[in-house]
Design a protein around this ligand. Structure first.
Ligand code: C5P
Length: 242
């Protein structure tokens, strides 16, 4: 089977950027599982459903099952430039819409709904099974997946599991820079607000009943507070080659 790399960690720990660049370096496929929860959240919000209202959980679960979610990652031939992932919800490109503050605010409540997780798990596994057909430039086929429960639930037998951590202030600063670059920075968002939102989201992700955020016993922990993105990528690529 293809070589599997599982990357987990709290919000804005650099998972997607790192995972994408690792995939690019090795010629592996890439799947961002957070995008699935974000799509379900967006679908619910656009139907006027309030995700924080627990009585709406079954409606949101139905949406999770019936929505079609697609990812398309475009890799670059230059190893240092960042690959881009477009996200499609029922064929519509929602790549920037799913990164807005409104979606970020509600996504953890949606991801805490058990049947939503089951629906996403099925979709993510199906995508993983169909995407890894070609050999990467490292001579083997592989897959990099990032999220919160990849090493523990989605790919429990992954060949390499990484758990990224970073100081919440550093993460908030990185998230703001990222939002400014993508043009989706909402008015009035300052570093304190973003940091508080990240911490609140991590707490929800860690304490929920359905597959909470936690480091798999056999995962390698990598603190990225003082690492550059290249440093992070190098460290993981080295682990793959070990
Ligand atoms: O990674 P990202 O910030 O896009 O993920 C958004 C949210 O989706 C997380 O805060 C978490 O609540 C949820 N998530 C999850 N399990 C995953 C990936 C994301 O619960 N595997």
């Amino acid at each position: 089977r293809p070589f599997q790399v599982a990357i987990d960690g709290p919000a804005a720990s650099g998972k997607s950027t790192t995972a994408k660049m690792v995939a690019q370096r090795l010629g592996f496929d890439y799947i961002d599982t957070g995008a699935f929860y974000r799509c379900v959240t967006l679908a619910a919000l656009s139907k006027g459903i309030d995700p924080s209202n627990q009585t709406q959980a079954s409606q949101i679960s139905n949406l999770a099952q019936s929505s079609h979610i697609g990812l398309n990652t475009v890799f670059s031939s230059s190893p240092s430039s960042l690959p881009t992932t477009r996200v499609f919800l029922d064929k519509k490109d929602v790549s920037s819409e799913i990164r807005t503050g409104t979606v970020s605010k509600h996504v953890s409540a949606v991801a805490a709904i058990g049947p939503v997780r089951e629906a996403v798990l099925q979709k993510v596994r199906d995508m993983g099974a169909t995407s890894t057909s070609h050999e990467g430039n490292s001579g083997r086929a592989g897959l990099v997946m990032d999220g919160r429960d990849i090493g523990t639930v989605v790919l429990p037998n992954a060949d390499l599991k990484i758990f990224l951590v970073a100081d919440s202030r550093v993460r908030a600063e990185r998230r703001l820079q990222e939002l400014a670059k993508s043009g989706s920075k909402e008015e009035g968002s300052d570093v304190e607000t973003v940091q508080k939102d990240l911490e609140r989201r991590d707490e929800l992700d860690r304490t929920r009943e359905a597959s909470p955020l936690r480091k798999a016993d056999d995962a390698v922990e990598l603190d990225t507070s003082h690492l550059t993105i290249e440093g992070q990528v190098d460290a993981i690529v080295q682990e793959v080659h070990r």
